[in-house]
Design a protein around this ligand. Structure first.
Ligand code: PHE
Length: 336
């Protein structure tokens, strides 16, 4: 009798442990608990046989039944803890075999890349980098740059005014930063100024209301047109290769005298079937500009230039439409 019951208990324990180990989730585990340890479960049913045994056999059987119950209870608790640490009853199951998710790596915009390269070359030539506000006053954008009130660029048609009466506007070029820099420091000055500019231009493949320039300013004793031309030519050859040619065409800017436009001719341009491309304005700083910042024009001379970053990027990368830079199309941006 006793040995038969012993066998039954051993069987219950073995089956119970196997089913606990096989339970796939918390609900399955709960079902196993009810089946073995519930009020009508196998262990309880075995306990109920106790009174049918002879008195002297009862303690040994009771001890064995307790042992069975404890073994099952411990195994249940351990497996339950395992499920809960893996995300709770309804949480995600941890699957260590899933492949990882590749992070999307960004990169600098082509305009930023070209600006950085331009600045890098000028730094090697001894220039430092300066910065100025996008929102300017008429004074810095025009007056201090010897651009009179009746100049066509000051027309509301040409310029984005923020407050017309107060003369607050979006800068039309980076040249106002020349004035800020010279107000803050005494010569010699050797700076480049990358920045965003705004014009009420009709938007087409080569014009945008929003574009970028790099301004340059070099002030010292005896700076000459030869320095301007030599430095510009050196710079463009560094940027676009030794076969690049530059041409200085006489031009007019109120803030330089004499003034030129710089045209470029490079292998990349020739391949695209273009001869000369206008890339920058430049000239010798007009003495009137020195006067407006308190520099003595008898002592100091200087050159200044302003070049279009989009134009350079278009040559470097063979892009034929300026609007592509601002559309944020990843198919375009991922190519750089
Ligand atoms: N600011 C001029 C422009 O935007 C370029 C320029 C800069 C010309 C410096 C001369 C000197 O067209």
């Amino acid at each position: 009798m006793m040995s038969e019951l012993r066998q039954q208990l051993d069987q219950i324990k073995a089956d119970g442990l196997a089913e606990i180990a096989a339970a796939a989730d918390l609900p399955a585990l709960e079902a196993v608990r009810v089946k073995y340890l519930g009020r009508k479960g196998s262990v309880q049913t075995a306990f109920e046989k106790l009174p049918t045994l002879p008195k002297e056999e009862r303690p040994a059987f009771g001890a064995l039944a307790n042992q069975t119950r404890d073994a099952l209870t411990t195994a249940l608790q351990e497996r339950k803890a395992l499920f809960e640490s893996a995300g709770g009853p309804r949480g995600p199951k941890l699957d260590l075999t899933l492949p990882g998710r590749a992070p999307v790596i960004g990169r600098p915009h082509p305009i930023t890349q070209v600006t950085d390269e331009v600045v890098r070359i000028f730094r090697r030539m001894g220039f430092s980098v300066a910065d100025g506000p996008d929102i300017e006053t008429e004074y810095y954008n025009f007056d201090a740059l010897n651009t009179p009130a009746d100049h066509p660029a000051r027309d509301v048609q040409d310029t984005f005014y923020i407050e017309r009466e107060k003369g607050v506007l979006l800068r039309t070029h980076t040249s106002p930063v020349q004035v800020h820099v010279m107000e803050k420091q005494q010569p010699p000055v050797r700076v480049v100024v990358p920045g965003r500019c705004y014009r009420r231009d009709e938007i087409d493949a080569t014009h945008h209301a929003n574009f970028h320039q790099v301004e340059g300013l070099y002030v010292d004793r005896n700076v000459s047109v030869a320095n301007l031309m030599g430095d510009c030519e050196f710079f463009f050859k560094q940027l676009l290769g030794p076969e690049t040619r530059v041409r200085f065409r006489p031009h007019f800017f109120p803030f330089t005298e004499p003034s030129y436009e710089i045209d470029l001719n490079s292998p990349a341009l020739r391949m695209a079937g273009r001869e000369w491309l206008e890339i920058a304005g430049c000239g010798m700083v007009n003495p009137r500009v020195f006067e407006s910042v308190g520099y003595d024009p008898e002592q100091w001379t200087g050159y200044a230039f302003g070049m279009g970053v989009e134009r350079i990027a278009m040559i470097l990368y063979g892009i034929d439409d300026i609007r592509l830079f601002y559309e944020n199309d990843l198919r375009f941006l991922r190519q750089f």
